[in-house]
Design a protein around this ligand. Structure first.
Ligand code: SF4
Length: 240
């Protein structure tokens, strides 16, 4: 591993000073963070640190490294690098999400870099990385659905409606759609959604754009199509 992604050394420091690229990346393990490295990073705040760890407790080591970066007052962006050698997609996803998710939720990194050299396609690895960023609420790249679990107050067939809305919108990028069974708690629970589909009365639905109610009491049979029309009218829809 260290042969592929070498620790910071004198040659790299020379390259840092003489490299005129707009963005510079530096692979950096915690153990390599000596005085010279810290001084070089202070002189080059544009350098993006690719934090690297092979420790058994990677999260602990990353935390230690970022703590030191903060203590030194360095402002270089930090990307967490994770190398895996998994052949099972679920194993890759769980390990990446557990390690990187913890650091994202604590606000300790500016990006993630996931590399898997097992038999999992690059598309799956990319999808996992984007999924982790979206779950960590730092980058939304696919449609997200916020729905209530349903209860005695639900005013329409929630499961069937969720399936229809997903079928019509899952290809869109970066939208949040709230699907709520009733008006009592619905608008409050989906407060950060871009669009909302909320039960208004038995068999009737109201549609929201952000927090504003745009259409009231639409018959349930028409409501999914009217939601799509509303998304189109606001320029947020692309054809499949
Ligand atoms: S939003 Fe309404 S229907 Fe959904 S769980 Fe809350 S109270 Fe029940």
């Amino acid at each position: 591993m260290n042969n592929v992604y070498p620790a910071f050394n004198y040659q790299q420091m020379i390259e840092l000073h003489h490299n005129n690229a707009a963005i510079k990346f530096l692979f950096l393990p915690y153990m390599a963070m000596g005085e010279e490295v810290i001084a070089a990073l202070r002189m080059h705040p544009e350098v993006v640190i690719i934090a690297q760890s092979n420790h058994d407790n990677r999260v602990g080591e990353y935390r230690g490294m970022i703590q030191e970066i903060m203590t030194e007052g360095l402002t270089n962006p930090v990307v967490i690098f994770m190398f895996q050698n998994e052949n099972d997609k679920e194993d890759m996803q769980l390990k990446a999400a557990a390690d990187m998710g913890a650091l994202i939720f604590d606000g300790l990194c500016d990006g993630i870099f996931l590399l898997n050299q097992g038999k999992i396609g690059i598309e799956e690895v990319d999808a996992t990385a984007f999924g982790i960023l979206q779950a960590g609420r730092v980058r939304t790249s696919k449609t997200e659905y916020i729905s209530c679990p349903g209860c005695g107050r639900t005013l329409y067939d929630l499961q069937d409606t969720i399936a229809k809305i997903k079928n019509a919108t899952s290809h869109l990028k970066g939208l949040k759609i709230g699907i709520m069974g009733c008006i009592v708690n619905g608008p409050g629970e989906m407060a950060d959604a871009d669009y909302g589909y909320v039960g208004a009365a038995r068999g009737k639905v109201s549609l929201y754009k952000k927090k504003e109610c745009i259409e009231k009491n639409i018959p349930e049979e028409e409501a999914v199509n009217r939601l799509i029309d509303l998304i189109k009218k606001n320029g947020d829809y692309t054809e499949k």
